[in-house]
Design a binder for this molecule. Structure first.
Ligand SMILES: Cc1cc2nc3c(=O)[nH]c(=O)nc-3n(C[C@H](O)[C@H](O)[C@H](O)COP(=O)(O)OP(=O)(O)OC[C@H]3O[C@@H](n4cnc5c(N)ncnc54)[C@H](O)[C@@H]3O)c2cc1C
Length: 500
């Protein structure tokens, strides 16, 4: 885990901008937080490094990009959309949805685009955060809330020779739409959530597709046909129909969550489905073998697709399971010495997850460096949101609040409500700041990590991006999402220290 070193900071001559709450990011988290602050009448600003809203759904525009939790659940409960065109909607529709929410709540006027937050420090005397952007602007706020996201720093493996590659090379989250892949030899590196969406989408267009696999994912069958107009109309007009559908989706996913967190053996049922999904699309026995995972389903994120295996079985596709040893100006060499020529390399290699929490250089009271502390103690927060001895600092989708089985928007909604309550509690007791006590934070995390030991992520026999360099899960919530809802439903003042 590394903190991104602040670059040489230009000094702005403009006076600092003051507000009560400063939010970082305009994905589901930052926008949701803005709506909550607006509802509570708290003065706020949102800082966004990019030039538009959307986070994940602005950045990821690769072919086939879609959510993997049904959109009726992967959306704000307070902003339902009855007419999603697909059950697992595609990126343009999700981005449109977020833009619609932004406009409906008039959030744009609170957002400062091109404001890349670089560092923040707590001023003990003023009881305020001083927050600086890369271009030297300063903001002063009582509350600092990070909605910077966990999946926004593309992880590109450091292959020898990459800089000499003469074709186009880009990460799936930075898809270069200026590159025409039609009739080209395309190498996709990685077989995770993005790759399984990209492969079937591009295989028809390219001349040749090399798919480099380190570990095969479990991919469950999932038909994703357009939702018929009649059904969409029914969802829009029949009272309760949409809510019923959302509830059904929610509890079906909680069922999977139960297996992942309490009874990993039940996931064998999913493995049967996954194996059937391979068998029905792939005839070649050797290819089937290579595609069949040897760890418990759910240990890595369970993926869903009706088209992925068909794409892999396409005669144009070569599944390469040998490790990549280097990249040459013309292509990719694997450890067996074979060089395969490629015109385009797509890195579907995921994101730096734990680094994303420490992306902003944060110094608390007495100049204590949060990254240093987390490097020493591991990334942790109280209820995944607030941090001991870091006053008025909150993380949305912070440590151990990601999910392997349901919509994170549900988690975000629990968190924005909790942060709203924290701000209200500060006002109510006439304080300036609050931070969780060490005892409360430690008790929460001890219990969380005890529970995580029994989950499929620790027992399933795989290594995954959920685990940090010590094999500790710093990413996922340990139980069902309703348990998190219960744990954050109302802020317990006894768990906090208030500064007056
Ligand atoms: C392809 C893909 C598909 C996914 N599908 C699902 C799904 O189906 N279900 C699910 O539950 N989850 C899914 N996820 C996870 C997804 O990241 C979350 O669901 C959700 O979008 C996270 O929202 P967020 O607002 O917390 O973060 P983000 O969407 O990442 O937004 C963070 C924002 O903060 C900005 N930012 C970051 N750092 C700074 C800074 N220092 N200064 C200023 N601005 C900054 C970024 O530019 C960005 O706009 C998916 C992720 C990916 C990549």
């Amino acid at each position: 885990m590394t903190a991104v070193e602040p670059t040489v900071v230009p000094v702005s001559t403009a006076p600092p901008v003051r507000t009560r709450a400063l939010v970082i990011g305009t994905g589901f988290s930052g926008l949701g937080m803005g709506i909550e602050l607006q509802r509570r009448g708290v003065d706020f600003l949102i800082l966004e490094k990019a030039d538009d809203i959307g986070g994940t759904w602005r950045d990821n525009s690769y072919p086939g990009c879609a959510c993997d939790i049904p959109a009726h659940m992967y959306s704000f409960s307070f902003e339902p959309k009855a007419d999603w065109t697909y059950m697992w909607s595609f990126q343009p529709e999700i981005l449109d949805y977020l833009k619609g929410v932004t406009d409906k709540y008039g959030l744009r006027r609170y957002i400062r685009f091109g404001a890349h937050v670089d560092r923040a420090h707590w001023d003990e005397a003023q009881q305020r955060w001083h927050v600086f952007t890369k271009d030297g602007r300063e903001f002063v706020a009582q509350f600092l809330i990070s909605g910077a996201g966990a999946l926004h720093i593309p992880a590109v493996p450091d292959f020898d020779g990459l800089e000499d590659f003469t074709g186009a090379a880009f990460h799936s989250a930075q898809w270069d739409h200026g590159v025409d892949i039609t009739g080209k030899k395309v190498a996709v590196i990685g077989t995770g959530a993005s790759a399984i969406q990209i492969v079937p989408e591009i295989v028809g267009r390219v001349a040749e597709l090399q798919l480099y696999q380190r570990t095969p994912p479990w991919v469950m069958p999932r038909p994703n046909n357009a939702i018929p107009a009649r059904l969409r109309q029914l969802l829009a007009t029949v009272p309760g129909a949409r809510a019923l559908l959302r509830d059904g989706i929610y509890w079906a996913h909680e069922g999977v969550g139960f297996a992942m967190t309490q009874r990993p053996a039940l996931l064998k049922i999913g493995e049967l489905l996954g194996k059937w999904n391979i068998r029905r699309h792939v005839r070649d026995r050797e290819l089937r073998r290579k595609l069949t995972p040897n760890y418990r389903a759910g240990c890595k994120r369970i993926l869903n697709s009706d088209t992925y295996y068909r794409g892999v079985a396409d005669p144009k596709t070569t599944l390469v399971t040998e490790k990549i040893s280097r990249i040459t100006p013309r292509g990719i060499v694997t450890v067996d010495g074979v060089e395969r020529e490629a015109d385009v390399i797509v890195f579907a290699t995921g994101f730096h997850v734990t680094d994303s929490y420490t992306y902003v250089d944060i110094k608390g009271p007495g100049g204590e460096d949060l990254v240093d502390r987390w490097n020493r103690e591991g990334v942790q927060a109280h209820r995944g949101i607030a941090v001991a001895d870091m006053p008025n600092l909150f993380f949305l989708l912070g440590p151990n609040t990601g999910l392997g089985h349901n919509s994170v928007v549900f988690m975000i909604e629990s968190q924005i409500r909790y942060v709203g309550q924290a701000i209200a509690a500060v006002d109510k007791v006439g304080a300036q700041a609050l931070s969780p006590t060490r005892a409360a934070q430690d008790a929460f995390n001890t219990d969380l990590h005890d529970r995580l030991e029994r989950t499929v992520w620790s027992t399933g026999g795989c290594s995954s991006w959920y685990l940090d360099e010590h094999g500790k899960n710093r990413t996922l919530w340990s139980g069902m999402t309703w348990q998190y809802w219960l744990a954050t439903r109302s802020l317990r003042r006894s768990e906090y220290r208030f500064t007056r």
